[in-house]
Design a binder for this molecule. Structure first.
Ligand code: DGJ
Length: 482
């Protein structure tokens, strides 16, 4: 994209698809259809722009057949057990997950042959019978008996050189002859223009989706595509088209299966991907503070329901920071919520926390997954605030995250636009940090007793902001009373 100011003051935006050198050559009379460019005009700033994009995603992008279904709470095994798979233990994890209110249980990376670390196995999409000597059926049935859906991880487009697939088909790499492909997380990309490779991947996915009651695929993508080549020519665009074709074929054969584009590494997060998938995993970094920033970025273009957001362990694996269950729980609340840890190893106190935020998410998800998202500002950059207001303006949830120490001694005002100016709202704190009342002698009275204010007052005058410690958050709810 190029954004420029012309000599006469006009603003110009140009956008183009990036094709690699020599990738596309049009013969006389031939035409080319580029990817869609989505643009929006807003006279109400970036919030207005996001409302347009979110509305468009909901009305015209997302696969419609799942629109009415509440998005189930996940338990994903990755940060709980990584590559260490023992079916008995996994079933114990599932039992505990169901007790906490989880609705979908997903086995992540590590279940297939040769996959004991991230250096080998990608491509060998056969159950590792040394880890699962009695097969996968008993695990799937256990999960289903507990009332949860079952999901399974794949990374179809990728291959490790240390795999039977590569040893048999070294020519399936997406590469330009004579150039060594650089690795990304020890892996390479499979050339989906190769029909044999494409058919093999479809057959493997189809096999698992037919043999087991799988409701969900976590479809990973852990590296960028670099120097893609097919038959001596650059092949970036065609690879992407064939990836769409593979997803489409899987969906046509298994229309009830939902797919996550787990695109942390490979960047397959865009509206074209979302036409055929149901949500995104935005990053491997599950630190609640980092996640606040990641989720803020995501919110400009995507509504909360398509963004996976999981509560991780108190000691974050990617940053080594520690966060309270309140901050982790509230941070995960404003997306499609899940839990990313081993519940068997967690303390009773933590488990009660997970249960609490799962309940809260279930109560709020009809609002969060259909309402209008507003990013709110105060005078303090250390605040990050997001409101979701129902389309009929009858209720709202507002999350105040304190990212760092307050900049000023007094915290200023929280002003909430987008409500019904003439209506009266009852405002209550729904969830707060455990030390909320220890921080200062006196938090604003409304945080204790609630208050009633008009929509106009909320927008123009606002509420006195409470004082929060760094890396904590507060959830408030507004309900129209008259
Ligand atoms: C990257 C994802 O973001 C993780 O959640 C996990 O699925 C790993 N890949 C597995 O290799």
């Amino acid at each position: 994209m190029r954004v420029d100011v012309k000599a006469d003051g006009r603003r110009v935006v140009q956008a183009e698809a990036i094709y690699l050198p020599g990738e596309i050559a049009l013969a006389k009379g031939e035409s080319l259809t580029t990817p869609w460019l989505y643009a929006s005009y807003s006279d109400t700033g970036l919030n207005g722009m996001s409302h347009h994009f979110h509305g468009h995603v909901r009305a015209a992008i997302l696969p419609s057949e799942f629109a009415a279904k509440p998005r189930p709470i996940h338990l994903n095994t990755w940060e709980g057990i990584y590559f260490d798979h023992d079916p008995e233990y996994i079933m114990a994890m599932a039992t505990q997950s169901a007790e906490m209110g989880v609705e979908r249980f997903i086995i992540d990376d590590g279940w297939f042959r040769g996959r004991n670390g991230d250096k080998a196995g990608l491509g060998d999409w056969f159950l590792d019978e040394s880890k699962y000597p009695n097969g996968l059926t008993q695990v799937v049935e256990h999960v289903n008996t507990l009332g949860m859906e079952f999901g399974l991880w794949f990374e179809p487009e990728m291959i490790n050189k240390d795999s039977d697939l590569y040893r048999t088909h070294p020519d399936w790499l997406l590469a330009v002859d004579g150039y060594d492909q650089p690795t990304g997380r020890n892996q390479f990309v499979i050339n989906l223009q190769n029909d044999d490779a494409f058919n093999f991947l479809f057959e493997r996915l189809d096999h698992f989706l037919s043999a087991y009651n799988i409701a969900y695929i976590k479809w990973d993508m852990n590296r960028e595509i670099v120097q893609p080549g097919h038959e001596g020519k650059a092949a970036g665009q065609k690879q992407t088209e064939r990836y769409y074709a593979l997803v489409d074929k899987v969906r046509a054969a298994h229309p009830n299966v939902e797919i996550e584009s787990c695109a942390a590494g490979g960047g397959r997060i865009d509206f074209e991907v979302l036409k055929r998938t149901h949500r995104f995993w935005t990053s491997d970094n599950n630190d609640a503070l980092e996640r606040q920033r990641i989720q803020r970025g995501m919110s400009y273009f995507f509504p909360p329901e398509v963004m996976g957001s999981h509560i991780g362990a108190s000691h974050c694996h990617s940053t080594r920071r520690r966060h309270s269950i309140e901050f982790r729980g509230l941070t995960a609340l404003f997306g499609h919520m899940g839990i990313e840890l081993d519940p068997v190893k967690e303390t009773q106190e933590e488990k009660e926390g997970f249960e609490h935020y799962i309940k809260l998410h279930k109560a709020l998800r009809p609002l969060l997954h259909s309402g209008k998202t507003w990013r709110l500002q105060t005078d303090d950059d250390a605040h990050q605030i997001q409101a979701v207001i129902s389309q009929d303006k009858s209720e709202a949830a507002v999350l105040i995250a304190q990212l760092a120490m307050p900049t000023n001694a007094l915290s200023g005002h929280l002003r909430i636009p987008g409500l019904d100016a003439d209506a009266t709202y009852k405002i209550d704190v729904v969830d707060k940090p455990s030390n909320f009342n220890d921080i200062v002698n006196c938090q604003p009275l409304w945080t204790e007793e609630g208050c009633e204010l008009s929509g106009e007052w909320c927008e123009k005058v606002g509420l006195t902001m409470p004082i929060l410690d760094a890396e904590t958050a507060l959830l408030i709810q507004l309900k129209r009373v008259s």
